[in-house]
Design a protein around this ligand. Sequence first.
Ligand SMILES: Cc1cc2nc3c(=O)[nH]c(=O)nc-3n(C[C@H](O)[C@H](O)[C@H](O)COP(=O)(O)OP(=O)(O)OC[C@H]3O[C@@H](n4cnc5c(N)ncnc54)[C@H](O)[C@@H]3O)c2cc1C
Length: 379
Amino acid sequence: MTKRTDIWDVIVVGAGPAGSIAALMAARRGLKTLLVDRAQFPRTKVCGSCLNEGLLELLRGIGLDAASQFPTAPTLKQATFNLNGRAISFPLPGGIALSREAFDHWLVQECIRSSVDFLPETSARIGPCTDETRSVILIQGGAPNGVVHHARTVVCATGLTSSAIDGIIWKSPRWRKNRIGIGAVLDEDFIDLDRHEIFLNVRKWGYAGLVRLEDNRIDFAAAVDPQFIRRCGSPNKSLARMIEGVGRRVNMPPEFQFRGTPPLTRHARQVGLPRLFLVGDAAGYAEPFTGEGMHWAVLSSAIASDLVAQCATGDDPIKLARQWQALWKASLGGRWKRCLFISQVLRFPRTLGALSGMIPAPDKLKQTLASSFSGQGNR
Ligand SMILES: Cc1cc2nc3c(=O)[nH]c(=O)nc-3n(C[C@H](O)[C@H](O)[C@H](O)COP(=O)(O)OP(=O)(O)OC[C@H]3O[C@@H](n4cnc5c(N)ncnc54)[C@H](O)[C@@H]3O)c2cc1C
């Protein structure tokens, strides 16, 4: 293995929203920052692609106006749930639908503009910590050997994959099966869907969401029991099952490709280690029903940015790791638990569907759902 002496102030592994914002905020403080991702950009990702109002506001505070940057991205005005055959609609206070190809690529370009060094198609493995630095092994383009880099601070923003690092202990809920994510981008005439609507079909097997993207294509994303997909036998049959009975005109595509994710719900027992900060989904994620994952991802990086900078400029790495652990729990742990609770309640869509017709104050329920979807309900 070739050794190099490059010492970075910050290396960020993973260029999703969490990683890009961590890198951008470090570079803006004048820190020498490297951002790496194993994918070539633009890249797609299983996601409902809804940027809620909380996320848009947070990004504006960082000087990034997603709605102006992507004027054709539909604004989200209404959510419709089909709870086991019973429909509930409520207005949304804002948010936009934007493909992850476009959103994540834009954030990476903003990093590059702010002097972040970006390496795509580079797989990273986070190594041990010494007194002064932590090592990161970078492997490019399927090369047999990696190159060792060193950084005063490493940010792990690898999403739901944990392959970048050993020794992290993950906790997942045990009392219900852990669902996986699947998704596809489908042609614009796949289903009748208003340009400003989020549609969610909630059933025993999980739930599937649909929105129109900036180019009118339809983003399909679902959280499902893995056995359901196996039982269906083929992507086409799974897709057909996930949208059957929704009362809308559907044009099944002759062929398409599903992408999948690992099990969705888990969190790291330790999100802060000496000279290492876990952010975004890498720190913890719960099922995506309320579509807040990108908001949390960006928020975690924004909150961690002071500690990341202090670590890069010589503050005690053990103390900072403990501080990040406490800060993550205080700012994001509660949201994670709330989302986990909602995902468990959704395991009973038949009961929920029946209850929705009997609840005396459905407006209150709709308000609660609307504020969760807008990212305002958890401040
Ligand atoms: C079905 C579904 C629907 C969803 N819907 C929504 C929604 O509508 N709205 C919303 O806000 N959120 C939604 N989410 C959640 C959202 O997708 C995630 O929370 C968000 O992408 C997390 O961002 P991140 O930056 O932490 O990770 P990611 O976006 O997953 O980025 C991680 C990056 O790390 C890279 N990487 C991984 N390992 C390595 C390695 N070893 N070396 C180098 N690079 C590496 C990957 O290539 C990837 O680019 C949904 C999720 C699912 C599964």
